[in-house]
Design a protein around this ligand. Structure first.
Ligand code: SF4
Length: 591
C-alpha cells in the first residue's frame, strides 16, 4: 500500500479526535499568502431569526441588531464547540451583474474573513446567492492573487516585474497621461469589461476631457440593447417574473447567467403562482428543462416565431387594442407608411385606428405558424401552444433576451425588437407581471457635480464608416492599430481580458506586444490574466469585499440602491481603528 493511501486512512481513523486549532489572539492579514485564523469568543451563540420569503419558503439569518457582535459555533471545529465572534458586514457581490447582497463574517480578533453568506436585507437577492457569491472568499484568499502595484522591468510579456508603491504608480501613469493629453485628446483609452459601478469611472474620464471610454459591448449585448432602444429609448428589459402569467425567455443563459439568481428565484415564484414558462433555446438547458414549452429553435429563426405569434394576435384582434391605440404612434405610421418603398399597397382607408389594424394584419400576414415551424424546425403544435399561452396572459407577459440569439445572429437586434413587440401588443409594458425598461427599475443617482461634456472624438472607438454602430467597435481595435489608423498612449484595461474574450485573441496579442501601437498598458485587475501579462503596470483591484461602489440593477419590479464596501475596513472602523486608505485594511495593498 502506498504511503499516501496509508496517510489518508490514518487521517480518516483520527477523525473526531481533538486537534490543536490555530487561534488568533491579535489582528492578522494573510490573504493571498496563507490561510486565515480566528479568535475564540467568550460567549455562546444566540438563535437565528426566521425570514418568510413570500414565496412560501423560510430561512434563518442572524438578527440585524446582532450584526455588530455575532457569535456562532465554528463548523470546522465540530464536534468540538468553539464559539467565534464576528462583525457582520454587508457588501455586494462582484462576480456577475446581478449585484446580489453578501454578508461578510469578519472575525473580531483577527479581522480575517471567515465566510460570505447571503444578505437577507438585499431587495434583489433576498438572502440567496449562487455558488459564486460565497466563493468570493476563495478569491480573497487565492494564493495567486496580485497584492501590490507592479511595474514591468523586462521586455513586455517576459514576466519580469518589480513591486512599486501606489504613489510611484500614480505619479508615473499620470505623467504619461498628462503628456498625451497635452498633445491630443484621443490618446488615452479606458477599456472596461465589468464596470461594477454606475458611471463613476465615466465621470473621471469625462473630466480628463478625452474620448476615452471603450467597452466590450459590441461582442456582448449591443444588439439586444439596440432592439430595446428603438422601441422607446430603453436599454434592456426588466421583467416582473414574480407576477407574470406567461414568461417568455430567449436562450437559457439569461436565467442561468444574466441576473440569474434574482431572476431565477422570481421565475420560480411566478411558476408557483401558475405562470407558464416558455423557453426558446436550441439546447435543453436547465431553464428549458423546467419550462412548460421548450422551443428548440434553429439559431436565427426566433424572430419568425415571434412575428407569427404577433400575426396570430393581430388577426384575431385579441391583442390589447386600447394599449396600442394609446401608446403606439400609429397616426404617424398611417401618414408616412403609404408609398414607402417596399411596403406595398396598404388598406389605409380613412386613416382610423381600425384601418391601421387592417394595415398591420396585411403587413404581418406572411408570418404564419407554418412558416415559423419550417424555419425554426420546431413542431408547429408547440408554436401554436406558445401563441395561446401569450394570448391568455393578457398584460402579464414577462419577457427577456440579452446576448445569445440577439448577438449570435446577423441582424440579431431584431430578436429584441420582435420580442418587445409582443409586450407592446399585449400591453405588458410597465404593467404588473409585464416587462419594463431597465431605467424604470434601476436607480442611478445623479452625481452632485458633473464635469462638462468633452468635445473630442476617437476614431478607434467609433470609426466613421460605421455611423450606426451601437456602442464602440472595440473588437476591431487591434485591426485598426495594425492598419495604421492610430495608436494609444495610455491604454487601461479594467476587469477586462481582451486577449481571451475576443474571437481573434492572437490579433490582441500582437497589438499588446507592439509598444509603438500601445505605448503604455495599465491593467487594473484582481488576478493574473492573459492580457495583464502584457501590461506595463498592474494595479491590484479589490474583490467584492474590498472596494467601494454604488450599485443598482433592474433585478425585479422595484428600485433599490446598494453599497459595495471593503468589509475588513468597516469591521476595523466599527472596532474603533482608524483606516485612512482602504488598501491599509485590504490584503497587501489591494485598492
Ligand atoms: S448571481 Fe451573480 S451577483 Fe448573485 S451571487 Fe451569483 S455571481 Fe454573485
Amino acid at each position: 500500500m502506498s504511503k499516501s493511501v496509508l496517510g489518508l486512512l490514518k487521517s480518516m481513523l483520527t477523525f473526531g479526535e481533538e486537534r490543536p486549532e490555530a487561534q488568533a489572539s491579535e489582528e492578522t492579514n494573510v490573504a493571498g499568502e496563507d490561510m486565515p485564523s480566528f479568535g475564540v469568543a467568550d460567549s455562546e451563540p444566540v438563535s437565528l431569526v426566521e425570514v418568510d420569503h413570500g414565496d412560501g419558503r423560510m430561512s434563518q439569518y442572524p438578527p440585524p441588531e446582532k450584526w455588530n457582535d455575532w457569535v456562532e459555533w465554528d463548523p470546522k471545529a465540530w464536534p468540538r464547540k468553539v464559539p467565534r465572534r464576528y462583525s457582520l458586514v454587508p457588501t455586494i457581490c462582484f462576480n456577475c451583474e446581478s449585484a446580489c447582497g453578501l454578508m461578510a463574517y469578519v472575525d473580531k480578533t483577527s479581522f480575517e474573513i471567515k465566510k460570505f453568506e447571503g444578505n437577507p436585507a438585499h431587495p434583489g437577492s433576498r438572502g440567496r446567492n449562487c455558488a459564486k457569491g460565497p466563493a468570493t472568499h476563495n478569491q480573497i484568499y487565492d494564493p495567486e492573487r496580485i497584492l501590490h502595484p507592479l511595474k514591468r522591468v523586462g521586455e513586455r510579456g517576459s514576466g519580469k516585474w518589480k513591486r512599486i508603491s501606489w504613489d510611484e504608480a500614480m505619479d508615473e501613469i499620470a505623467a504619461k497621461m498628462r503628456e498625451s493629453r497635452e498633445k491630443r485628446r484621443d490618446g488615452i483609452m479606458y477599456h472596461v469589461g465589468r464596470p461594477g459601478e454606475d458611471h463613476y469611472a465615466n465621470r473621471a474620464i469625462t473630466a480628463w476631457g478625452v474620448d476615452g471610454h471603450n467597452s466590450h459591448t459590441n461582442i456582448c449585448s449591443a444588439a439586444a440593447r439596440l432592439g430595446f432602444n428603438l422601441w422607446g429609448g430603453g436599454d434592456r428589459p426588466s421583467p416582473d417574473h414574480a407576477n407574470a402569467r406567461a414568461i417568455l425567455l430567449i436562450s437559457s443563459h439569461l436565467e442561468t447567467g444574466h441576473y440569474f439568481n434574482p431572476h431565477a428565484q422570481r421565475i420560480i415564484e411566478g411558476k408557483l403562482k401558475g405562470a407558464k414558462i416558455i423557453t426558446m433555446d436550441p439546447r435543453l438547458s436547465n431553464t428549458a428543462a423546467r419550462s412548460d414549452v421548450w422551443l428548440p429553435t434553429w439559431p436565427g429563426s426566433e424572430v419568425t416565431i415571434m412575428l407569427a405569434i404577433a400575426h396570430y394576435l393581430i388577426k384575431r384582434r385579441s391583442y390589447n387594442r386600447e394599449f396600442v391605440r394609446r401608446w403606439v404612434n400609429w397616426k404617424t405610421f398611417m401618414a408616412e407608411a403609404p408609398g414607402t418603398e417596399g411596403v406595398g399597397e396598404l388598406p389605409v382607408g380613412d386613416g382610423t385606428f381600425e384601418d391601421f389594424e387592417n394595415c398591420l394584419e396585411q403587413l404581418y400576414a406572411e408570418f404564419t405558424f407554418e412558416r415559423a415551424a419550417e424555419e425554426s424546425q420546431v413542431p408547429i403544435e408547440r408554436i401554436i401552444e406558445t401563441a395561446e399561452i401569450i394570448e391568455a396572459a393578457g398584460d402579464r407577459l414577462a419577457t427577456h433576451v440579452w446576448r445569445s440569439a440577439s448577438m449570435g445572429n446577423r441582424g440579431g437586434w431584431q430578436v429584441a425588437r420582435a420580442l418587445f413587440f409582443l409586450n407592446v401588443l399585449t400591453g405588458s409594458v410597465g404593467s404588473v407581471g409585464g416587462t419594463s425598461f431597465n431605467s424604470w427599475n434601476k436607480f442611478v443617482p445623479k452625481p452632485f457635480k458633473q464635469p462638462p461634456a468633452f468635445n473630442a472624438w476617437n476614431d478607434l472607438h467609433l470609426p466613421h464608416e460605421w455611423p450606426f454602430a451601437h456602442y464602440e467597435m472595440s473588437f476591431l481595435l487591434p485591426h485598426f492599430l495594425q492598419e495604421g489608423r492610430g495608436d494609444v498612449d495610455v491604454y487601461f484595461t479594467r476587469v477586462y481580458n481582451p486577449l481571451w474574450i475576443n474571437p481573434d485573441g492572437f490579433m490582441w496579442l500582437e497589438a499588446l506586444r507592439d509598444e509603438s501601437k500601445i505605448k503604455c498598458h495599465v491593467a487594473l485587475t484582481p488576478t493574473w490574466n492573459e492580457s495583464a501579462w502584457f501590461a506595463d503596470y498592474i494595479l491590484p483591484m479589490g474583490h467584492a469585499g474590498e472596494r467601494h461602489d454604488i450599485m443598482s440593477q433592474e433585478t425585479h419590479a422595484g428600485q433599490w440602491i446598494g453599497f459595495r464596501q471593503p468589509v475588513r475596513r468597516v469591521a476595523m472602523e466599527r472596532a474603533g481603528k482608524k483606516v485612512e486608505y482602504t488598501y491599509e485594511a485590504n490584503p497587501g495593498e489591494v485598492w
